[in-house]
Design a protein around this ligand. Sequence first.
Ligand code: HXC
Length: 517
Amino acid sequence: MDGMTKKLLDGLRKKREGAMLGGGQKRIDAQHARGKLTARERINLLLDEGSFQEIGMMATHNLTTFGLDKQRFVGDAVVTGFGKINGRRVAIYAQDFTVLGGSFSEVQSQKITRVMDKALEAGIPCIGLGDSGGARIQEGVRSLAAYGEVFVRNVESSGVIPQISVILGPCAGGAVYSPALTDFIIMAGQSYMFLTGPEVIKSVTGEQVSVDDLGGAGVHMGTSGVAHLSAESEEDGLNLVKKLLSYLPQNNNEEPPRVVPEDSIGRMEESLNSIVPDGPNSPYDIRDVIDAVFDRDSFMEIQPAYAQNAVVGFARMDGYAVGIIANQPCYMAGALDINSSDKIARHIRICDAFNLPIVTFVDCPGFLPGTGQEYGGVIRHGAKVLYAYCEATVPMVSVITRKSYGGAHLAMNSRQMRADVAFSWPTGQIAVMGAEGAVNILFRDEIKKAEDPKKRKEEILAAYHEEFLNPYRAADIGQIDEVIEPKETRPRLAMALEILRTKVVQNPPRKHGLMPV
Ligand code: HXC
């Protein structure tokens, strides 16, 4: 090797070493002292060993405003490239807080959009690891424009490739909108998200709130519904990405991967025959039904702490990934409301976009009544559930376990809402409304005038039960395809899903529908 080549190689190695250090050893130590990992450590944890192929390592800004000429870091504030997770290809970027607080710059945007473009062209998931103080203030409008370049790609990729955002540090201002445009937000470690921080809030409204109470994982998992999954540690958060991807295809033209099942599809589950309590208002946990029906330990719940009157997630049946939608009778009696409608509608659309059949479990007394709900637009929000089911073209199977009253019967994937197969357990009750409400409306006068009003009411209630609070009137008219024993649910669902695996349905061509958002 002649002297010149050696010099060039040494130069490259030095540049690479510099890039590996991001904002420098001191900043890395500070990041560790806060209990946070660096961007590269995170990438190494997430990707299969040795699979990371970096691009854009040398990119650096050429700006001079507000001291930027003295703050040039090779690679700028993000690490970008491609790699594999469990042998499947992904595009990835990780913001580097050690460089100017991970602030979002023009160069950062160029690096991120480059991997986003390639991810879309190659049809592979794109994963973003966020840890950033938002728009780089010194870059002014360049930084704002740079965000726009990312947002437009998030939207282009939406429903084509899975997009997952993991928040592992601050995520403020405009930085929140790229994650919000992706399919899943996972918050882990010391993460928080807000549009305007505590200082701005205090100066504008006088309200005082801590960073955590404003935008911590607890808030976004339980109250706002902005986040979909959370974990205490960064490592656990990154493991959630791996698990989530195992249910998703690489893109909308592929099927999700099959896991070789260890569970027979013929398995009968005796416990289900007694899971619905005798008392019509007694609760049970629908997650026990889901756990019993699908492949052992395959259920992954999404948004578990938000709108808990609905349960959504992914599971496997005979090794094939499916999406789950369910009412939760042990929370608000499983009634539908504004937040659960949003949660359900979003999940239906994610499943439909990524070719996951949808299984719906119904035990719902109807939409939650009250001014709070009506003023909040429950009509508009509930309509999203109807819309999402009606536009979905993936296989859909519903199982009524108990109540299926009124609007809830229609909304929760009834035959007209495009269920391919509708099952009911014998405990199913399919009516316009519950017995008490119906009898009070129809027979108030008759009961009042009766010699023994209590006895008369009981007689009418019994007749109503006999007529409506069973699945057979619905089965008579084909609204229910089959009344099944609860213990048979797994084999019946497995067989229905197998038949439907090659289902092809197309909606009429149009630019896009007008979902009631
Ligand atoms: C440039 C930034 C920066 C930013 C942080 N830094 N945020 N540099 N632009 N947006 C720098 C700091 O100056 C500091 O550099 C280093 O990063 C670490 O920051 P610290 O403040 O020391 O860290 P910490 O105490 O952990 O606080 C982190 C933070 C805070 C909460 C994120 O830095 C912060 O509040 N930053 C500003 C957040 C913000 O308002 N961003 C703009 C949002 S508006 P030195 O060298 O001094 O150590 C926005 C509009 C976009 O994003 C709209 C698009 C639609």
